[in-house]
Write a protein that binds this ligand. Structure first.
Ligand code: ZN
Ligand code: ZN
Ligand code: ZN
Length: 374
C-alpha cells in the first residue's frame, strides 16, 4: 500500500518534471529513484525491472514475471500503475520501446532520462532498442523533488538519527584499549542493526593516525590509551532513509595539542550549523566552518567539503561545498561534518540537520565534545 512516506502523487510530479525538462520519458531501474517514486525497493538483478514514465502518458512498471509478487506486495502494487510482466524469452527492452511513442524511439527521436544508478549494460540495451533517443541522466529531474523532503521524510530521518544516536551512546561500552579497530567496528555494526537499521552502510573506527584519514577502513590496529578515535557510522532504516553521525572518543586523556584543535573543530561545527536557514547558500555554510578552522591555522588540515545531502541515499544533493550557490530551502537535509586532520590523529564532528523555516533541526543530539572513556 502507498503510505505518507511514499505518496501516490509522486508519479504525477515526475511526469510533470520530465515534461518540463523536455524529456519524452523517464526510465527508472532499481535504486533510490525508483524507490522514491513508487516505494518499491526492487532488487537489482540482471533481469530488467523498469518504471517507465512517459511525459505524455500513463506510467507502467516492467517486471520479470518471477518478481511480480514482490512488486505487487510493495507500495508500487497500490499506486494504480500497470505492471507489465515479461517472460524469460521476451526482450524487455524492445517491450519498453514498443510501448513508447514511435517518434521517441525512431524517426525524429527525442530525449529519455535514465536513472543515474542504471547499470551501463541496461542503458546500452535501451540505446540499442531506441536508437533515435538521446539518453540523459534522470537525476537532474528527480533531484528537484528528492532534495526537498516532505514532513514524512523528515520524520523518517529523525527516526534514523535517533537510532544512530542510540548506537553512539553504546560506544563507550564497546571501545576499550587493547581491542582492535576491527573488533570494535564489528560490535558497532551489530548495534546498528540491533537499534533498528535494516542495513549497515559503513563503520569507520579510526584510531590515532587512522583518525587522520577521513575514509579509513577499520584495521587490526590495537587501540591504545590516550589515542583519539574517530567513529563515523551510518545505516539504512526499513523506511529506506539513512543515518550518518560522527563522534570522537578517547580511552583516557588525549594529547594536549589534540584538545586544542578539537575545541576549534567544535566551534566550527556549531557555527556551520548555526548558519543554516532558508536562502543561505551551501557555500556559505561550508565557509562558516572553514573560516574558523583556517583562522586557527588548520586550513590545510580540513581538505573535504563540509557536508552532503542525505535521504534514500547516504550521499545525495545538496552538497555543502564551495561553489554550490543554490540557496537552501526548508526540507533540505544534509550533514555538517567539518574535520581537522593534522596527524598523528584527527577529528571530525558530524550531525545530520534539516533546514527549517527559520533555521535548522538537528537529527543527532548526542554529546558533541570528546567522549573520554576510562
Ligand atoms: Zn559520516
Ligand atoms: Zn557524512
Ligand atoms: Zn592543523
Amino acid at each position: 500500500m502507498t503510505t505518507e512516506l511514499y505518496p501516490r502523487e509522486r508519479l504525477g510530479l515526475v511526469r510533470d518534471a520530465a515534461a518540463k525538462a523536455g524529456l519524452g520519458a523517464v526510465l527508472l531501474t532499481p535504486g533510490p529513484d525508483l524507490r522514491y517514486v513508487t516505494g518499491y525497493d526492487a532488487k537489482q538483478l540482471e533481469r530488467l525491472t523498469c518504471l517507465v514514465v512517459p511525459a505524455g502518458g500513463e506510467a507502467f512498471l516492467v517486471v520479470p514475471r518471477l518478481e511480480i509478487p514482490a512488486a505487487e506486495a510493495s507500495p508500487a502494487g497500490s499506486l494504480g500503475v500497470e505492471l507489465v510482466p515479461w517472460d524469460e524469452t521476451d526482450d524487455p527492452y524492445a517491450l519498453v520501446a514498443r510501448r513508447l511513442p514511435g517518434g521517441l524511439v525512431k524517426n525524429g527521436g527525442g530525449t529519455v532520462g535514465v536513472a543515474d544508478r542504471m547499470w551501463a549494460v541496461m542503458a546500452l540495451r535501451f540505446r540499442a532498442a531506441m536508437p533515435a533517443a538521446e539518453q540523459v541522466a534522470a537525476g537532474g529531474v528527480l533531484r528537484e523533488l528528492r532534495m526537498r523532503k516532505s514532513p514524512a521524510e523528515v520524520a523518517a530521518l529523525r527516526e534514523a538519527g535517533a537510532a544512530i544516536d542510540r548506537v553512539h551512546r553504546q560506544v563507550p561500552g564497546i571501545l576499550k584499549a587493547g581491542r582492535t579497530e576491527r573488533e570494535v567496528a564489528r560490535d558497532i555494526a551489530d548495534a546498528i542493526t540491533a537499534e533498528g537499521h535494516a542495513q549497515v552502510d559503513f563503520v569507520i573506527v579510526g584510531a590515532g593516525p587512522n583518525g587522520a584519514n577521513p575514509h579509513a577502513e577499520p584495521s587490526d590496529r590495537v587501540i591504545r590509551p590516550g589515542e583519539p578515535v574517530v567513529v563515523d557510522i551510518g545505516g539504512t532504516m526499513p523506511s529506506g532513509y539513512c543515518s550518518d553521525s560522527t563522534r570522537n572518543y578517547c580511552v583516557g586523556e588525549p594529547p594536549a595539542e589534540y584538545r586544542a584543535y578539537f575545541e576549534v573543530l567544535e566551534e566550527a561545527q556549531r557555527a556551520s550549523c548555526a548558519a543554516v536557514r532558508p536562502g543561505v547558500t551551501p557555500e556559505a555554510v561550508d565557509a562558516a566552518a572553514r573560516d574558523i578552522i583556517a583562522a586557527a591555522g588548520h586550513g590545510e588540515h580540513f581538505f573535504h567539503r563540509t557536508g552532503h545531502g542525505i535521504g534514500l541515499e547516504s550521499h545525495e544533493d545538496p552538497y555543502i561545498v564551495a561553489g554550490n550557490l543554490e540557496p537552501l530551502e526548508p526540507g533540505m537535509a544534509f550533514s555538517i561534518e567539518p574535520g581537522i586532520y593534522p596527524g598523528p590523529h584527527g577529528a571530525r564532528i558530524e550531525d545530520i540537520v534539516v533546514c527549517t523555516e527559520d533555521g535548522y533541526e538537528p537529527m543527532n543530539v548526542t554529546e558533541h565534545g570528546l567522549v573520554v572513556i576510562d
